[in-house]
Ligand binder design. Structure first.
Ligand code: PMP
Length: 405
């Protein structure tokens, strides 16, 4: 190919003069290595990580026990979705054992979006219906099905997403439940899909009344309740799964991110036996790399790590959540107008427009990583194992940055 032709086809690469498509807006941080709560860049600068890959690294980066398990793993290095692989059954059982009683089957996936796709297909097959309800502005992945139940903004560029995807408007209150009931009464809704704590909407925590009311309505109308626990799963909110806060039994649970705590790519869709039966036909699902042996080893090691420490880890997450809350209320006074804190899922809305993006870059300059979810909302997702000393180190950087707003 001549140089001219190359230039003509090099659109995305032109953004930074390279060939790799990047997520925009792009953060200038090139990771060299990681350790516990820290990320070290190629220039040797150390960052305290209050994001952990956005709900991924729940047990800390480079966790000794997980690294050892992966180093000792002797294979097999292969992929064949058609053969039996015993550790798949072991992982599926681990997942089912930590799930509500009604859940009994796990589908393999490579990540969260694929887990959502399987949930959508399973709900359609089980109910014989084709429509969905989700929360406006939410995010469930970048596959076309997941985008269809995500923010309506996706439809501005991708006008042919799935039809029949209804959206509930915030706030999640009585009026919203009435709206849900009217939509459910159409009799065409296969499933309501939502995050039980809405990390992708800045950490909104639904009330007990809302979640229980929605669950009751779903049951009354023969609609499945699908909880997207891709971000909230594996202890993030102080429960193994965030739906446990509400004492409800969802029909389908979608998992990803912290299922391996960042040691390999993986997703899973957990369903009831009856729903699994609706998927019990040739080619109902397929995933070449779904649960690769290395990823399976990472997930088993990670889930055993969390499960074996759970009572202590759970009380640690709860008490660290309270610690963050009281410290944030001191340092954020006069600036933060909404504290959304449940376990170590933390969303903070600032009064000033633009505060979030400015804070994220001020903190990054000073060696702390936080996430700007929107112009006024930041998110903090520390490792679940974080200590008060490390929390204080980050909170003092954050306090200094807030003073500069
Ligand atoms: N659901 C939720 C709630 C998510 O936060 C994400 C990713 N941010 C996804 C689904 C999609 O997961 P993945 O990127 O692994 O496809």
């Amino acid at each position: 190919m001549g140089e001219d032709t190359k230039m003509a086809t090099r659109k995305i690469g032109e953004i930074d003069g390279r060939h790799l498509a990047v997520v925009l807006p792009h953060i200038e941080l090139e990771v060299s290595h990681t350790s516990g709560n820290y990320v070290i860049d190629v220039h040797g600068k150390r960052y305290l990580d209050f994001v952990m890959g956005w709900c991924v690294g729940n047990v800390g980066w480079n966790n000794e026990m997980l690294v050892k398990r992966l180093r000792d793993f002797s294979g097999p290095y292969y992929v064949s979705p058609d053969y039996k692989y015993a550790p798949w059954e072991r992982l599926a059982k681990l997942l089912v054992d930590i799930s509500p009683r009604n859940i009994s089957v796990a589908f393999r996936a490579t990540g969260g979006s694929e887990a959502i796709e399987t949930a959508l297909r399973a709900a359609m097959l089980y109910t014989g219906r084709t429509e969905f309800i989700s929360i406006e502005g939410s995010y469930h992945g970048h596959t076309l099905g997941a985008m269809s139940i995500g923010s309506s903004e996706f439809r501005e560029r991708f006008s042919t997403l799935m039809p029949g995807c209804h959206k509930l408007q915030l706030p999640l209150d009585d009026r919203c439940l009435v709206d849900a009931e009217q939509k459910l009464a159409l009799g065409s809704i296969a499933a309501v899909v939502m995050e039980p704590v809405l990390c992708n909407l800045g950490g909104i925590i639904p009330t007990q009344e809302f979640m229980r009311g929605l669950h009751r309505l779903c049951k009354a109308h023969g609609t499945l309740l699908v909880v997207d626990e891709v971000a909230t799963g594996f202890g993030r909110t102080g429960r193994l799964f965030a739906h446990e806060h509400y004492d409800i039994e969802p029909d389908i649970i979608c998992l990803g991110k912290a299922i391996t705590s960042g040691y390999a790519g993986m997703g899973a869709t957990l369903v009831t036996e009856q729903i699994a039966r609706a998927m019990d036909f040739e080619f109902s699902f397929y995933s070449t790399y779904g649960w690769h042996p290395v990823a399976t080893e990472a997930a088993v090691a990670n889930i055993e790590f969390i499960r074996d420490r759970w009572p202590e880890l759970q009380s640690h997450v709860t008490s660290m959540g309270s610690y963050f809350e009281s410290r944030l209320k001191e340092i954020g006074s006069g600036h933060i107008i909404d504290y959304r804190i449940i376990g170590l899922a933390i969303g903070l809305r600032f009064a000033a427009a633009g505060a979030a993006t400015r804070l994220a870059s001020l903190c990054r300059e000073r060696g702390l990583l936080i996430h700007a979810m929107s112009h006024d909302t930041i998110q903090i997702f520390p490792a679940l194992t974080i200590t008060t000393d490390v929390a204080d180190e980050g909170l003092s950087i954050l306090a200094g940055a807030i003073r500069l707003l």
